[in-house]
Design a protein around this ligand. Structure first.
Ligand SMILES: Nc1ncnc2c1ncn2[C@@H]1O[C@H](COP(=O)(O)OP(=O)(O)OP(=O)(O)O)[C@@H](O)[C@H]1O
Length: 270
C-alpha cells in the first residue's frame, strides 16, 4: 500500500455547540484522489481546513506524514482589490524562485498571464493560477476546495484531467471538494459523501446507488450517475438528521487496500 499522508480518526468539529463535522474517519494515501461531496453546510470545507491544520478539531485525531508538504487551493482568492498585484508577484509571494513559478504557471496553462493583474483574471484563469501556486512547492498532498468553480463546462473536464495528470507527475495525494457530480464520478478514485458525518463512501460507481446518496442528492441525480447498490441503515430528513434505521449497511466488495471503507453511519447523529 502507498504511504499514508493523512489519517483522521473520529474527528469532530463543533461551533457554538453545533456539530458540523461528526466523527469522521479517513485515510489518504500517496496517489489517491478523494473527492468530498455533500450539500451546502455539510462541513466539507471545515473538514479540509482541519486537514490543513487551520481549523482545530473539537475531538478526534489527525495524523500527517512527517514533513508533509501541502498545496492548497482555497474556495476563494481573497485579495485587497486596491493593491496592484501581478500574477508574477503573486506567485513570487510563495518564496519560490521565478523559474519554478513560471514552470508551475506553464503546467496549469496560464504562463502567458505572467504580467497580468490578478484582479482582472477570468474565473477559470484564477483557478489555474491558484492551482499553479499550490504546485510550486511540489506538494505531497494537494487540497482543493471546489477547484472548478467559475470554470466553463469544457474547462471543468480539462481541469479535472489536469489534476489527475498532476497526481501522476508529482505522485502526490489529492483531496478535493466538488459539486460537479458528473465530473467527480468520472475523475475520482474515491468519493466521500459528507453530511456532517460520512453518509457513504466508496468508488464512484458504487455510491451513486447508495440510498444515503440518493437521499442527499435526489433520485434524478443519482440515476444519471453510475451503477451499483449497497445497503444503508438509515435515511435523512431535509436537515440531514437521521430519521430511520434498518439493517446494517453492507460495504462493497472492492479491494480494501485501495479504498478504506468507512463503516460510519452506525453511530448516533445530531
Ligand atoms: N468559523 C466558524 N464559526 C462558526 N460556524 C462556522 C464556522 N465555519 C463554518 N461554520 C459553519 O459550519 C457549517 C459547515 O460549513 P462548511 O463551510 O464546512 O460547509 P460546506 O459543506 O463546505 O458548505 P458549502 O458547500 O456551502 O461550501 C456551516 O453551517 C457554517 O456556517
Amino acid at each position: 500500500m502507498n504511504e499514508t499522508l493523512v489519517a483522521i480518526e473520529n474527528l469532530s468539529v463543533r461551533f457554538d455547540g453545533r456539530t458540523v463535522v461528526d466523527r469522521v474517519n479517513l485515510a489518504l494515501h500517496r496517489g489517491d484522489i478523494i473527492t468530498i461531496i455533500g450539500p451546502n453546510g455539510a462541513g466539507k470545507t471545515t473538514l479540509i481546513k482541519a486537514i490543513l491544520g487551520i481549523q482545530a478539531a473539537t475531538s478526534g485525531r489527525i495524523m500527517r506524514a512527517k514533513g508533509l508538504v501541502i498545496g492548497y487551493v482555497p474556495q476563494h482568492l481573497h485579495l485587497e482589490s486596491t493593491l496592484p498585484l501581478s500574477v508574477k508577484r503573486f506567485m513570487q509571494l510563495s518564496g519560490q524562485p521565478l523559474a519554478r513559478c513560471i514552470s508551475a504557471l506553464e503546467r496549469t496553462g496560464v504562463s502567458h498571464l505572467l504580467e497580468a493583474s490578478v484582479h482582472h483574471l477570468s474565473g477559470g484563469e484564477q483557478q489555474r493560477l491558484l492551482l499553479a501556486r499550490a504546485l510550486v512547492r511540489k506538494p505531497d498532498l494537494l487540497v482543493l476546495d471546489e477547484p472548478a468553480q467559475g470554470v466553463d463546462i469544457n474547462g471543468q473536464a480539462a481541469l479535472y484531467d489536469l489534476i489527475r495528470q498532476l497526481r501522476d507527475e508529482l505522485n502526490c495525494g489529492v483531496i478535493m471538494i466538488s459539486h460537479d457530480l458528473h465530473l467527480v464520478m468520472a475523475a475520482t478514485d474515491k468519493v466521500i459523501c459528507l453530511n456532517q458525518h460520512v453518509c457513504c463512501s466508496g468508488y464512484p460507481a458504487d455510491i451513486s446507488h447508495d440510498p444515503a446518496f440518493i437521499e442527499t442528492f435526489g433520485r434524478p441525480v443519482a440515476e444519471s450517475l453510475a451503477v451499483y447498490h449497497h445497503h444503508h441503515n438509515h435515511s435523512h430528513d431535509l436537515h440531514g438528521n437521521v430519521v430511520g434505521s434498518g439493517p446494517s449497511r453492507s460495504v462493497t466488495g472492492h479491494d480494501e487496500s485501495h479504498a478504506e471503507r468507512q463503516e460510519g453511519c452506525q453511530h448516533e447523529h445530531h
